[in-house]
Design a binder for this molecule. Structure first.
Ligand SMILES: Nc1ncnc2c1ncn2[C@@H]1O[C@H](COP(=O)(O)OP(=O)(O)OP(=O)(O)O)[C@@H](O)[C@H]1O
Length: 741
């Protein structure tokens, strides 16, 4: 990999925004010192000591064929100065064949050249559209909750208030068994994502409490302790529980999660509650330090539920869980007080996927357990598959083109949504990346380009406003119907909760809009968000189980849903064979250029962030003086150039790009060992990958994160590639959750 292999040097700063003069605009601060010096000399009317050939081999000409692999020379030659390279002076340069370029040609970047070849020619797991599909996690057609032993009050509440009429298959299996066998067995509930596992443990617990026909209230003590791996999931379970028991106002739930004030949690515990729901660390903290929680649990506690068991283990909560179980076991049960409740503690473990971690937790937490699974294989090693109705798509995209292909994908989804004349509907898309820094970069890249947005919730939600042209389907005159969100573990708990709430609720701001959330795996587990039409995995997950959980945010409870997985050409292509067993209904393999970029970028005019071209260059107009329409690949290239220009011109954005890139590479090194053969940091083309963060080259010459605008970057002793590998190795040794949360 050469230093500047296919890296672009021919772009200008966004002087539009700054309103600067030509000279100021040419003050490019990024790039290598040689390039900056050459540019400075040029501006001062001096020429460089060494004349280079003026050939422009490999550069793209609008409408010309893609290809060519001689980017290196081109970029060096084109490093003269931003305005000039794309301006009229350079228009008579030669192309690869020595042909004089037409006067109205523009030089555009080499986004489409020097990319690694895609070797997968045939889809080995074709999704057959002609096969009729029954949604695998949908409610059943004939069964009723009443026949499963659910209390009458709950049944009518479910039907009338929650619009839930029929049980799903896992609920049909779990509810009667938990009601009948509680006290004799523990339970391991294992079912697909979105199949209603939450109700499959809450309904039998609440029904058992209601069916004992003993007067209970908040002072009766806590009957169930429910532990979830993330604060978001714990809050969601708390919401579901609150909604369910709103039909019996005397029952009260209590939420204990990290990030909240312990003092107010203590006060709530003191008032009394019947269900304690929380994250492991905070629950253990209260068990060890808050006297009143033990009083709440003593005598009444009968159920302990560990939701998303594998994630609890993956996040390293095994010791915490063991400690919680030990403390809880030491609290005496008074079976005389509630004789109709189970006489001993019932442990329940829930998971959509089975990992070694779950097996370990099963051994720690469950005794004499019954497996309740709606899988085809009735053993604990059954493979969980993606919901049948999920339309999985996969696209193999060269690293340089990841960002622009993502833009195209989001653009296409929006266009399709707008075509349905949504009015009061809301569409949601979740984009998964591996680390917080990458979330920050993508969030800003897709929302903060030109200040045409409205910030909400401490700037974690941005409503795009008129004039925002970041997506190719928008023009200055259109009102963009997109709201962009970010969610990751480095945000404060308050912001995380408010952002998620805003994303999940339909309101005046979100009505008729396409809501796009950039997030880490913090949103991959258990979250039940309404109308999520698409999930995009821009970065493949750290482990295949996470893939199932991520795609499981859509196609829930029988609804339709689509997901798109981005893979890189090369070793990552083999990942498809690896995940094939999880997708028995097959997938569509999309060609990123024909099926994603072309529909998004053809027949649109991508705004140039370069006023010299737009205002003075007649070549950008057609005979009638209107803007000329370019080929889709030129539009895609221009779109990408706009991002690159922003990186150069906006030091804050540049910092986000550099941090995003570095963290992305570090996170890449933390794929689990079984999957390293597909995701090995050594296979990454760092230069090309940097481009997908809007960087001209990997952040060697950019001084990593330390350089301030206008300052010269300090030379580093260590070769940046080695440094990247060293950091990756270091990161590997650290706990993987750093990147998740
Ligand atoms: N019987 C039912 N009929 C209709 N909708 C249901 C039914 N049971 C649950 N749901 C809805 O299905 C959605 C998914 O439920 P839930 O979150 O419990 O799934 P899950 O199996 O826990 O998924 P995950 O594994 O992703 O956590 C929720 O919106 C819930 O309200």
């Amino acid at each position: 990999m050469s230093d500047d292999d296919s890296m672009l040097l021919n772009f200008s700063t966004n002087d539009d925004a700054a309103g600067n003069s030509y000279k100021q605009a040419a003050k490019v601060t990024g790039g290598r010192w040689k390039d900056r010096r050459r540019m400075k000399m040029k501006l001062e009317g001096k020429t460089g000591s060494r004349k280079r050939r003026a050939d422009v081999a490999g550069d793209q000409i609008p409408g010309s064929e893609r290809g060519g692999d001689s980017g290196k020379k081109v970029h060096r030659d084109n490093a003269d100065g931003p305005a000039e390279q794309e301006g009229p002076k350079r228009r008579n340069a030669h192309n690869t064949q020595g042909r004089i370029l037409p006067a109205d040609s523009q030089f555009v970047s080499s986004l489409f050249t020097s990319n690694r070849e895609i070797t997968t020619a045939v889809n080995t797991n074709i999704h057959d559209e002609s096969v009729a599909i029954n949604p695998s996690n949908a409610p059943l057609k004939t069964d009723l909750f009443a026949s499963l032993g659910v209390s009458d009050v709950l049944v009518s509440h479910l039907e009338q208030k929650m619009r839930i009429q029929k049980p799903t298959s896992i609920q049909k299996l779990a509810i009667p068994q938990v009601i009948a066998n509680a006290g004799k067995n523990d339970f391991f509930i294992h079912a697909q994502t979105g199949s209603g596992k939450t109700l499959s443990y809450l309904l039998p617990i609440i029904s058992t409490i209601l069916n004992m026909e003993t007067r209970v209230d908040r002072s009766s003590g806590a009957f169930a302790l429910i532990v979830a791996p993330t604060r978001e999931l714990a809050s969601q379970i708390y919401q579901v529980c609150s909604t369910l028991i709103s039909c019996c106002h005397y029952l009260v739930p209590c939420l204990l999660i990290g990030g909240e004030r312990k003092k107010s949690e203590k006060a709530r515990l003191r008032k009394g509650c019947n269900f304690i729901i929380g994250t492991p660390g905070r629950i253990l903290d209260h068990l060890q330090n808050t006297k009143v929680i033990k009083e709440q649990l003593s005598q009444s506690l009968r159920y302990i539920v560990l939701d998303e068991g594998d994630k609890l283990m993956e996040l390293g909560f095994d010791e915490t869980i063991s400690e919680i179980i030990k403390i809880v076991h030491d609290i005496p049960i008074n079976s005389d007080k509630f004789p109709k409740l189970p006489h001993k503690l019932v442990h329940m473990l829930c998971s959509a996927t089975l990992t070694d971690g779950v097996n370990k937790l099963r051994n720690v937490a469950l005794k004499d357990y019954k497996l309740i699974s709606n899988g085809t294989k009735k053993d604990a090693d059954a493979v969980t598959v993606a919901p049948d109705q999920l339309l999985q798509r996969i696209t193999i995209v060269p690293p340089k083109l990841r960002l622009v292909t993502l833009a195209a994908t989001l653009n296409n989804i929006t266009k399709d949504f707008v075509a349905t004349d949504p009015q009061s509907k809301t569409l949601r898309t979740i984009v998964f990346v591996t680390c917080s820094d990458s979330v920050e970069f993508h969030y800003d890249a897709f929302s903060g380009s030109n200040g045409h947005h409205k910030n909400l919730i401490g700037d974690s939600v941005r409503v795009l406003t008129k004039g925002n042209t970041i997506f190719p389907c928008f023009s200055n005159s259109e009102d963009p119907n997109m709201v962009i969100y970010k969610l990751h573990g480095s945000l404060s708990q308050q912001i995380r909760s408010s952002t998620l709430q805003h994303f999940a609720r339909d309101n005046e701001v979100t009505k008729g809009k396409h809501l796009i959330m950039f997030c880490t795996d913090v949103a991959s587990r258990g979250l039940d968000l309404p109308q999520v039409g698409s999930v995009i995995e821009l970065d493949p997950p750290f482990a295949v189980e996470d893939h199932l959980h991520r795609v499981g945010r859509t196609a829930r409870a029988g609804e339709k849903g689509e997901s798109l997985l981005f893979l890189l050409p090369g070793e990552e292509e083999k990942y498809m064979d690896y995940i094939q067993p999880y997708h028995p209904m097959g997938w569509e393999l999309l060609q990123f250029d024909k099926e994603l970029l072309t529909p998004a970028f053809k027949d649109v005019n991508v705004n140039r962030n370069d006023k010299y071209i737009r205002k003075d260059d007649k070549s950008s107009k057609n005979k009638n003086g209107a803007d000329k329409e370019y080929e889709w690949d030129t539009n895609a290239t221009t779109w990408h150039l706009n991002i690159e220009r922003r990186v150069v011109g906006d030091s804050t954005f540049k910092n986000l790009a550099v941090k995003g890139f570095i963290s992305h590479v570090r996170a890449y090194a933390t794929h689990i060992s079984q999957e390293k053969k597909f995701f090995n940091v050594k296979f990454l083309h760092l230069g090309h990958l940097a481009k997908s963060f809007g960087l001209r080259e990997r952040p060697k010459a950019m001084g990593l994160q330390s350089s301030k605008d206008g300052e010269t970057d300090k030379p580093t002793k260590e070769n940046s590639k080695n440094k990247m590998f060293r950091m990756a190795r270091m990161a590997e040794k650290q706990i993987a959750s750093e990147f998740n949360y």
